[in-house]
Design a protein around this ligand. Structure first.
Ligand SMILES: *[C@@H]1O[C@H](CO)[C@@H](O)[C@H](O)[C@H]1NC(C)=O
Ligand SMILES: *[C@@H]1O[C@H](CO)[C@@H](O)[C@H](O)[C@H]1NC(C)=O
Ligand SMILES: *[C@@H]1O[C@H](CO)[C@@H](O)[C@H](O)[C@H]1NC(C)=O
Ligand SMILES: *[C@@H]1O[C@H](CO)[C@@H](O)[C@H](O)[C@H]1NC(C)=O
Length: 258
């Protein structure tokens, strides 16, 4: 029998080889967990339940198809993920924003291209409204992961959000450092309007001062004008008198001399 030719050692080696191959194949069917925690779902949807996008390598198409509305006071989204089966999984990430005027470029704390950790991990993405427009902004987070046995085929996960932005509200209000981070445009406008009021008042003050100065100047000028004319008349009279006297005296002198 051929089986008889297989010595115990070789049989063990064959078994070992088969086991190793099976393990490798198992490892290659890398899978993933990707979900939003119940606390964050409660903030967004008011329901305390985890929202699974990928569970144990199974894509939840229903969850991915659902556009979650992000209210104005929420700007931080947290996602939890883990590569299963003890094997790290490469990913590519990109974020599309529907209206760049209303929403600042989203900031997230993972790289665009890296590996999904094998331990439970989380990452965040921050959606900051510019405060320029009141509108709904479509945000699509695209993750590309090789989730099938063949590493060639990648699975594209599109996680969709609709962020509500309000005109005059920069970032989230009253959420964590929202008070510190985002200065309300309304306050800026209020500051601007007080400045305008100050400028108006000071302009009015300057105008009143100019008017008062002109009035005083005119009054002084008028008051000065009367004594001046009087003096001129007086001097004119005295000149005439002196001239008269001189002429008289002059007249007299020649007359006396003559
Ligand atoms: C994930 O799948 C593995 C086998 O494919 C199974 O043993 C495990 O219980 C599953 N876990 C969950 C949370 O569904
Ligand atoms: C990520 O993108 C790079 C090129 O941009 C590509 O080579 C790589 O295969 C992609 N990886 C995944 C998991 O899609
Ligand atoms: C991203 O930020 C969150 C909150 O600050 C933190 O819990 C998480 O560990 C960070 N993730 C990475 C990959 O840095
Ligand atoms: C990989 O993709 C090709 C075409 O895009 C498809 O024919 C093939 O069945 C896919 N393989 C797996 C394992 O999904």
């Amino acid at each position: 029998h051929p089986e008889c030719r297989c010595n115990p050692c070789l049989c063990k080696m064959r078994l070992c080889f088969v086991l190793v191959v099976m393990a490798v194949v198992d490892q290659c069917s890398s899978s993933l967990n990707l979900y939003v925690d119940s606390d964050d779902v409660k903030k967004l949807l008011g329901v305390s339940s985890q929202l699974w996008y990928v569970q144990n390598g199974t894509v939840n198409k229903y969850a991915l198809g659902y556009v979650v509305v992000v209210p104005p006071h929420v700007d931080l989204l947290t996602f939890h993920w883990q590569a299963l089966g003890g094997m790290t999984m490469p990913y590519n990430m990109s974020v599309q924003v529907g209206n760049r005027e209303a929403l600042a470029p989203p900031v997230y704390n993972i790289s665009d291209q890296s590996i999904v950790p094998t331990y439970p991990s989380s990452w965040t993405i921050r959606l900051i409204c510019t405060g320029k427009l009141t509108t709904q902004v479509d945000v699509t987070i695209t993750l590309k992961v090789p989730m099938s046995t063949s590493l060639v085929n990648t699975t594209t996960l599109n996680i969709r959000r609709k962020k509500i932005c309000l005109r005059g509200k920069v970032g989230g209000i009253a959420e964590r450092e929202g008070e510190v981070g985002g200065i309300s445009v309304e306050i800026l406008e209020a500051r601007h309007s007080t400045t305008v009021v100050y400028i108006t008042i000071s302009c009015l003050g300057v105008f009143l001062l100019v008017v008062a100065f002109l009035a005083i100047f005119n009054h002084i000028k008028n008051n000065k004008a009367r004594p001046n004319t009087g003096r001129r008349r007086g001097t004119g009279a005295s000149e005439q008198r002196t001239v008269g006297r001189s002429t008289a005296s002059g007249g007299n002198v020649p007359n006396n001399q003559v």
